[in-house]
Design a protein around this ligand. Structure first.
Ligand SMILES: C[S@@+](CC[C@H](N)C(=O)[O-])C[C@H]1O[C@@H](n2cnc3c(N)ncnc32)[C@H](O)[C@@H]1O
Length: 356
């Protein structure tokens, strides 16, 4: 008897998957693989900026490292904490030192130095003038919302960039939507407003999961045509409507539940607090606010949200990550009672606040 030959696909996947590692299946594993370049950028940027050599065998505060390595303060704290989170630095009592591996292998004057090879391979891959290193030197954003421009203006004049942006937003909102559809007892409510809800991807998921709900998506007026297309495609046009406007200037549409998803990270603290006060005005008594975003854990120990905060800073001059504790304080100051904090997929944290 002869053993059948494996077909070509099977042979390919068997030979290309390292032993012990199952083929990727989960969408978040795929996303994390796509992001893994960022860990390597942390390492090469820290070398290029002289962070490890500035530290040498010392324990220094963030301010001292900023001074010695000539870092711009804007991204420095998140950068140093991200370096600690991936094990390149150790953080103790607010001071940093090189981890043993960094001291052995990433200081150019040590015999075990492997950084020369890392730098060469990184440069060959095009990482010579990378945006992260530039951000850490000059603090400037490179994407929309850079150079003093109000974020989310230019993007609406560039259909190609808008399409890419909407696809990126949908990747996040699709990941968090199942969690948001269950985070509160929606049967107790009849309406919601998704503030800065883009083309309505999350709103459409909520409407589909809870046919008794009606919702309003507030976003820039130019978003309306994209909203119309999406809700028609999903068959939820009857439940959802669009309001074009400016969430800082205009009153927010009243509803039982207000959602601020992936919005607060784009703005400075005073504007975040303002949006929560406006949300409080717009929510009916007994209603709720749901804030979801890629929040930095309160102990600043998870590398990915810190890296995402740096990516936000690259994107836009006012953007940066924030923590659940910060969010709860803006909520509380606005008059909400923070009721629950839930970890959702794709590095997202959701916080529910109640208006009593
Ligand atoms: C980062 S996106 C988040 C989108 C969506 N909530 C999500 O979770 O995918 C921020 C959204 O806020 C909208 N936006 C920005 N500034 C705004 C403003 N001043 N008024 C209304 N919408 C605004 C943008 O057009 C964009 O759709």
């Amino acid at each position: 008897m002869t053993t059948p030959e494996p077909d070509a696909d099977e042979a390919l996947s068997a030979s290309s998957v390292p032993p012990g590692r199952p083929p990727l299946h989960d969408p978040f594993d795929v996303m994390f693989l796509g992001w893994s370049f960022f860990r390597s950028k942390l390492l090469t940027s820290a070398m290029d900026l002289g962070v490890f050599t500035s530290l040498g065998d010392n324990r220094l505060s963030a301010e001292e490292i900023v001074d010695r390595a000539g870092l711009h303060p804007r991204g420095a704290q998140d950068f140093l904490d991200a370096l600690a989170a991936v094990g390149l630095l150790l953080r103790e009592d607010g001071r940093y030192r090189n981890s043993s591996g960094t001291a052995l292998y990433l200081l150019p004057d040590r015999p075990g130095f492997v950084g020369g090879f890392l730098r060469m391979t990184s440069e060959l891959m095009g990482g010579e003038h990378d945006a992260l290193t530039s951000l850490l030197r000059d603090g400037n954003a490179r994407g929309q919302g850079s150079g003093g421009e109000v974020p989310f203006t230019r993007i609406f004049h560039d259909p190609d960039r808008l399409r890419k942006f909407l696809s990126a937003m949908d990747s996040f909102s699709s990941a968090v939507a199942p969690g948001v559809t269950e985070i509160i007892d929606w049967s107790a409510y009849s309406s919601f407003t998704d503030v800065g809800g883009a083309r309505g991807n999350l709103a459409a998921a909520l409407a589909a999961a809870h046919p008794g709900l009606t919702g309003t998506v507030l976003d820039r007026p130019s978003m309306e045509q994209h909203f119309d297309e999406l809700v028609a495609e999903r068959g939820v046009s009857e439940q959802l409507r669009f309001t074009g406007g400016d969430f800082f200037e205009d009153e927010l549409p009243r509803a039982d539940v207000l959602i601020l998803g992936g919005v607060l990270h784009d703005w400075p603290d005073d504007r975040r607090a303002l949006l929560l006060r406006k949300a409080h005005d717009a929510v009916r008594e007994g209603g709720a606010v749901i804030v979801y975003d890629t929040m930095i854990d309160d102990h600043r120990e998870r590398a990915d949200p810190l890296m995402l905060s740096l990516i936000m800073m690259l994107q836009s001059a006012q953007a940066r990550g924030f923590s659940p504790a910060q969010c709860i304080s803006w909520m509380t100051d606005a008059g909400f009672t923070a009721e629950q904090t839930v970890l959702l997929p794709a590095l997202t944290t959701a916080i529910v606040g109640r208006k009593n």
